[in-house]
Structures are given as structure tokens and as C-alpha cells.
Ligand binder design. Structure first.
Ligand code: NAP
Length: 286
């Protein structure tokens, strides 16, 4: 039987992976392993004897990273680097999850392909890009999977996600302002988990873009959340400058996922379909 170590097991993506893997999962939460600590990585992975490692752990606070560079680099750069070394030395497959934020929005309206050159414009993005580069350089049996705007059922019990925030605010307020000039593809961790588990069965190592299909602005996404949830909240478009977040974000970070779909032999659902499924299932325990 395959034994798959899922690191970041209590996060949004990690918990969906663990649920799908069932008895094959070795769930590793932050209390079980600290990926930025070499001794922790070695002792835990030596003990668990996995056939494959999936790293979903990350420092994900995009704005806070601007003032907490060291913490972001420890988890997002050093951590994947240590995992890459361990997996190379033990000939293990390693899946590492990256982000659409490695792009800066230069091309405008063409979805980014894996061969396009990233240009990170925030500390979070730079730390994530550094981590994926270490994995690609040091671990031959790697799958680096860049994704975008994740929402998963486990966030119901934790730090939340964009959909949960919109549902809460939508119930509390008659009107909501949401950024309209950032276009990407919000992605359900349920769909991403299925893609990763099919991918890791293959020997097709390399870099992949993996999101739901289609694209929208956060404003359009919020409107669709209200529409599908039958909430009367009025959603008003604002600009990134109006919103005034600390970290810069790409205006356009839609990812071309055709390579992934070719290897998997199936297509990711559209972001609207993924949202509909999430809204039906979100209150069911994982
Ligand atoms: N969320 C998004 O919108 C988004 C977009 C693009 C890409 N991604 C990438 O997708 C992946 C999964 O994201 P997610 O939303 O599922 O993340 P998440 O829900 O924030 O889960 C991340 C988990 O990693 C753990 N963790 C943090 N630092 C750690 C460390 N040093 N060692 C071990 N565990 C650690 C966290 O535990 P604690 O909470 O206890 O610290 C948390 O349970 C990440 O690589 C992320 O960068 C996410």
C-alpha cells in the first residue's frame, strides 16, 4: 500500500488530501513536524517511512509577510528546500504547492503557462518562488503545482477563506466592496486534491499549473457567491488602490492548466461549478 505523508495536514488542502487518501495518509500537522527545522524533518520522515510526500504547509499571510520576511522565508523557502533534500536522498516523490502570485501580471490577458518567467512582486510571492525553485533544482522526482485562491471545507473551523468571509459579511451587511482589478481563478481544494492525487501516481515529474477552469475578478467571484447563496447583498467594485492592502498583488494571474489536463486525462470543473459544489458541501464535516 502507498503511504503518503501529507504535511500541513490540518490546512484547507491538506485536510482534503487526507480525507481522500484514507488509510494511505500519514497526516502531519504543524504540531507533528516543523518543515523549517532540519532535525524535525529528518526524524519524522525517517520514522514514518512514506513512499511520497505532499507539502501543503506554508506561511500564507500575504500582507503580514511584508514585515515578517524571516518567518515567510523559513516556512516557504527553507522548508521546501529541506524536504527536497530529504526526498532526493531517499528517492521519494515530492509534491510541493506553489502560487499564482509568482507572476506580476505583465501579459495582461493571456493565461500564464509553466514556461513563462515568474516575477514575484511581494515578499510572500518571493518566498514561495524561492521554495519551488529549490524543489525543482534539488529533488528529481518532484511535482511543483502552482494554484490560486484556495477555498476548502476545513477553513470553516479555522482561519476562513474568501467564500466564508463573503458569506459572513453578506449576512451582516447590505453592501460589500470588493476588488475588481485582480483577475485569477479561485480554486476549490476538493478539486485540487483530486488532481494532485492523480498526478502523484504518474512519473510525469515537473511544474504544473492547477486551478479550476475559467477566470474572474474577486468582485465577480463575490457576486457569484451572493447569487448562488440567494443573498441580497449589493456588491460594489473597487480598485486595488482603493482597498489599500500592504502587499502588492498581480492584476492578472490566470493560469493555463492544459499541461495538467493532458497528463490527467480529465478537466478541472469551472470555478462556478466548483463554488456550487462547495456551497452544498461546506457544512459537512471532512
Ligand atoms: N490559500 C490560498 O489562497 C492559496 C493560493 C495559492 C497557493 N496556495 C498554496 O497552497 C498550499 C495550501 O494552502 P492552504 O490554503 O491549504 O494552507 P493553510 O490552510 O494555511 O494550511 C497550511 C498549514 O501549514 C501549517 N504550517 C505552517 N507553517 C508550518 C511549518 N513551518 N511546518 C509545518 N506546518 C506548517 C499550518 O499550521 P498552523 O496554522 O498551525 O501554523 C497550516 O495548517 C500552500 O502551499 C499555499 O501557499 C494557497
Amino acid at each position: 500500500m502507498m503511504r503518503v505523508a501529507v504535511i500541513g495536514a490540518r490546512g484547507q488542502l491538506g485536510s482534503d488530501l487526507v480525507a481522500r487518501l484514507g488509510a494511505q495518509a500519514i497526516p502531519l500537522g504543524h504540531a507533528d513536524i516543523d518543515i523549517s527545522d532540519a532535525a524535525s524533518v529528518t526524524s519524522v520522515l525517517d520514522r514514518e517511512r512514506a513512499n511520497a510526500v505532499i507539502n501543503c504547509a506554508a506561511y500564507n499571510f500575504v500582507d503580514k509577510a511584508e514585515t515578517e520576511r524571516e518567518a515567510a522565508m523559513l516556512t516557504n523557502r527553507r522548508g521546501p528546500g529541506l524536504l527536497a533534500d530529504y526526498c532526493r536522498e531517499h528517492d521519494l516523490k515530492l509534491v510541493h504547492v506553489g502560487t499564482d502570485y509568482v507572476y506580476d501580471g505583465r501579459t495582461g490577458n493571456r493565461p500564464w503557462k509553466e514556461e513563462d518567467e515568474p516575477l514575484p512582486i511581494s515578499t510572500y510571492a518571493a518566498s514561495k518562488y524561492a521554495g519551488e525553485q529549490l524543489v525543482r533544482a534539488h529533488c528529481p522526482r518532484h511535482f511543483v503545482v502552482r494554484t490560486c485562491g484556495l477555498y476548502g471545507r476545513n477553513a470553516m473551523h479555522g482561519k476562513g477563506n474568501f467564500v466564508e468571509t463573503m458569506l459572513r459579511l453578506g449576512r451582516e451587511r447590505p453592501e460589500l466592496k470588493v476588488v475588481e482589478d485582480q483577475r485569477c481563478t479561485p480554486t476549490a481544494t476538493a478539486n485540487l486534491a483530486s488532481a494532485i492525487l492523480d498526478l502523484v501516481k504518474t512519473e510525469e515529474y515537473g511544474l504544473y499549473h492547477a486551478t479550476n477552469a475559467g477566470s474572474c475578478s474577486w468582485y465577480e467571484f463575490a457576486k457569484e457567491i451572493m447569487r448562488q447563496s440567494h443573498l441580497p447583498t449589493n456588491v460594489i467594485p473597487i480598485t486595488t488602490a482603493d482597498y489599500g492592502a500592504r502587499a502588492r498583488r498581480p492584476h492578472y494571474s490566470v493560469l493555463d492548466c492544459s499541461k495538467l489536463e493532458r497528463v490527467l486525462g480529465w478537466n478541472m470543473p469551472t470555478w462556478q461549478e466548483a463554488l456550487a459544489t462547495y456551497l452544498i458541501e461546506r457544512q459537512r464535516p471532512i
